[in-house]
Design a protein around this ligand. Structure first.
Ligand code: ADP
Ligand code: MG
Length: 351
């Protein structure tokens, strides 16, 4: 996990806005051929030559999207970048640049923002994207951070949500539910800490799921893997809100239905054991948990042999005619209609 350093406090007023930006961004260099001008002019300048450009933005607000009492700022910076890159990968594009905008209250010293930017820098390096600009302003209360990511792809490689056809196979990368169960563990430890601050939590047995929550990774390997396998998904989306709502997005945009098989949903053993411990249904967690940042896509049936047995990919269902609707086929072989339970409705149902 990432280290968090504390102690010194330098107030932001001392530096001023310009000094602050220069200080935070001094170690970022441009690596991408498409980055002609980065930070320091009125606008960045990019050149994607013959490729198409994918652009995506996320806005994260303290108290709504993150809680700094268990999310170190370095992790927040890392995660804020990764969630955007995941959207670029979901287009089957390669991320190339990011911009970072933030509103900061005077509660944050310079050292806190250094931590945030250390996380941003780590993600930028890991995913080979250039920081090419942003905006910085003050906020009355909390921290607000907005990241925009750009990526490039050949036009014919781009994968939209609307290309799935009946009989296409539904495929997911990795495993599901870990980030949600990691959050359950962290929230429980936060309550324990409130009662007894001397209590040091032992998160070791939960390290996989806590890491899925605090330090998620985007599936940068899948575009390359699919390229090697010579499989072009007919549609693709990243799993930020939970499997069921993402399936419904694909169904709606592609005008198809879907049968999802409960016994095919990939779960890590830590997810299964923590679900037992918290008395939560693991299928519900996979369907509605969110924040796994795996990729969900459809492929033509003729491509099945190419992906069969690949440890990174699991076929979890198939698409149908739209009038058949979207269903979960349970282990007991009954059919339940999928509903778009997002994160919120799920937490309110599961005390
Ligand atoms: P302007 O007044 O033209 O908006 P700024 O003084 O806000 O310019 O920004 C100066 C430069 O620093 C620009 O290149 C801008 O993109 C970049 N920048 C501003 N804030 C950030 C930030 N938080 N992270 C990275 N780059 C930033
Ligand atoms: Mg500005």
């Amino acid at each position: 996990m990432l280290e968090d350093k504390k102690q010194e406090r330098t107030t932001l007023e001392k530096l001023g806005e310009f000094g602050l930006i220069e200080h935070l961004t001094q170690n970022f260099t441009l690596q991408q051929a498409s980055s002609l001008m980065g930070i320091g002019d009125d606008a960045a300048v990019l050149d994607f030559t013959d490729n198409k450009t994918a652009v995506t933005t996320d806005l994260l607000i303290e108290g709504v999207h993150f809680d700094l009492s268990y999310m170190p700022l370095k992790h927040l910076g890392y995660k804020a970048v990764v969630v955007n890159l995941s959207d670029v990968y979901a287009m089957n594009a390669t991320p190339t640049q990011i911009t970072v905008s933030m509103a900061v209250s005077n509660r944050f010293p310079l050292e806190a923002l250094e931590e945030l930017y250390a996380g941003i820098a780590l993600a930028a390096k890991a995913y080979n994207v250039d920081l090419i600009g942003g905006d910085t302003t003050s906020s009355k209360t909390g921290l607000l951070i907005s990241i925009t990511a750009l990526g490039e792809a050949k036009e014919e490689a781009l994968t939209y949500r609307n290309g799935a056809k009946p009989n296409d196979l539904l495929v997911v990368s990795g495993d599901l539910g870990g980030a949600y169960m990691g959050l359950q563990v962290l929230e429980r430890e936060k309550e324990v800490f409130k009662v007894n601050p001397a209590n040091q939590p032992d998160l070791e047995p939960y390290s996989y799921i806590v890491e899925r929550q605090l330090k998620p990774e985007a599936r940068k390997d899948i575009k390359e893997l699919l390229g090697q396998l010579e499989v072009l998904p007919t549609s693709m989306i990243d799993i930020s809100d939970g499997l069921s709502s993402e399936i419904l997005h694909l169904c709606r945009k592609s005008s198809v239905g879907c049968n999802l098989f409960e016994d095919k949903i990939p779960l890590d053993p830590t997810v299964i054991s923590s679900c037992e411990e918290f008395n939560i249904d693991s299928t519900m967690v996979a369907l509605s948990g969110g924040e796994d940042y795996e990729l969900l896509f459809t492929i033509d049936q003729k491509d099945f042999s190419k992906i069969k047995g690949n440890p990174n990919l699991t076929v979890i269902g198939h698409m149908t005619d739209a009038n058949e609707g979207a269903h979960l086929v349970t282990r007991a072989n009954s059919k339940i209609e999928l509903t778009a339970q997002g994160w919120n409705s799920f937490t309110s149902e599961q005390p």
